[in-house]
Design a protein around this ligand. Structure first.
Ligand code: AMP
Ligand code: ZN
Length: 107
């Protein structure tokens, strides 16, 4: 996906403030934070949205969900955090590469 901004971040073609990375996923700070800590967790693989996933993505999505609390705690959100996923235009999605918002206020 050459014109996908999150693929470009995953490929290091454009910069981002990366807080976690492994072979499957990347987590970076949202450029327009809606909370004191606002992170985006993306699969490195281009997936458009939750509406486009299938059984072949179960392992990847499971890995990502299990990684969320670890990343949250490492970024000061051990007391708690919010997650959300916008899906499709009707769901408020603006960047069409699946991402999990992780948001909170460190205490
Ligand atoms: P969504 O509405 O769920 O598609 O959210 C897209 C999010 O991506 C928004 O919160 C934007 O602030 C964020 N965003 C867009 N471009 C970038 C970027 N280059 N680096 C970091 N975050 C971005
Ligand atoms: Zn992409």
């Amino acid at each position: 996906m050459t014109d996908c901004i999150f693929c470009k971040i995953a490929d290091k073609q454009i910069p981002a403030d990366i807080v976690y990375e492994d072979n499957d996923m990347l987590c970076f700070k949202d450029i327009n934070p809606a909370a004191p800590v606002h992170l985006l967790l993306i699969p490195k693989q281009h997936l458009v949205s939750l509406a486009e996933v299938g059984p072949e993505h179960e392992a990847l999505l499971g890995k990502m969900m299990v990684k969320v609390p670890e990343i949250a705690e490492a970024n000061g959100l051990g007391y708690g955090f919010k997650t959300h996923i916008n899906t499709g235009k009707g769901g408020g999605q603006e960047v069409f590469h699946l991402h999990i918002h992780i948001m909170g206020r460190p205490v």
